[in-house]
Design a protein around this ligand. Sequence first.
Ligand code: FES
Length: 123
Amino acid sequence: MACGTSSNSGDTSSGSTPGTTTGAGNGGAAKVAVDQVPVGNAVVIAGPKPYVVAQPTAGKFVAFDASCTHRGTTVAASEGLTLECPAHGSRFDGATGAVERGPAASPLAAVPVRREGDQLLVG
Ligand code: FES
């Protein structure tokens, strides 16, 4: 499926809202290319509202609000599906959002993700 080189990988211009959403005009959706989320990995999509997207098993995508449930720091992808908060070291399972290590006590909040062609729309 990898035909063609990536032309636009992550336009991170701040403040500009793309006006080209197809279908759901819900303004807050983030986009990431499917091939940036390999099977067995979780990635963090930076943006005005950061999200975590993961592909725990082939073809299955899940997404979460990337704000740590301890004090709101944006979590970072660690190894594989593990997410770690740089602030106080909480760890989360990127497949389920569940807490693996405190001090966070609540799981990451799940958000909708859907596939559109070779893109994932999150939020
Ligand atoms: S804000 Fe994430 S562990 Fe404290």
